[in-house]
Design a protein. Structure first.
Length: 135
């Protein structure tokens, strides 16, 4: 199952919206989410928070094989190298690594901005919601 996501933050608010889709290999959409969370104030850290949240949701749904498709190259490189000089990032990366061990198969790869436009729209919508929802 391929999971894509985007985050959106307004300048006038500490909130961030998370939009995500999950697709089978044949590009058949099986799930989409809109979630609202508090931004850390650092886009890169917010991306890692979103990845951790979505991996947790995938585990709750009992998905065994996932591919996290990540638009932010810095976040992707951070996860693949498992290196960071920032303690918040290092903690999140360790959490992500530990979560990845709970799957039969878990991989991380890049996705283009063009390929992620649906998640971007959902993340903009998510800023205005009061609780997480399936969309």
């Amino acid at each position: 199952i391929k999971i894509r996501f985007a985050i959106h933050k307004r300048q006038d608010s500490p909130d961030m919206g998370i939009g995500a889709t999950a697709m089978e290999d044949n590009q058949h959409l099986i799930k989409s989410w809109a979630a609202k969370d508090r931004s850390t104030g650092h886009h890169h850290v917010d991306e890692l928070v979103a990845i951790k949240l979505l991996m947790s949701k995938a585990l709750m749904l009992r998905w065994r094989k996932i591919e996290m498709q990540i638009q932010n190259k810095q976040a992707l490189n951070c996860i693949l190298s498992r290196k960071s000089h920032d303690i918040r990032q290092a903690t999140l990366m360790e959490d992500i690594y530990q979560l990845s061990l709970l799957f039969q198969k878990c991989s991380f790869c890049p996705v283009s901005k063009d390929g992620n436009h649906i998640c971007d729209r959902i993340s903009s919508y998510a800023i205005g919601i009061f609780e997480d929802e399936d969309v």
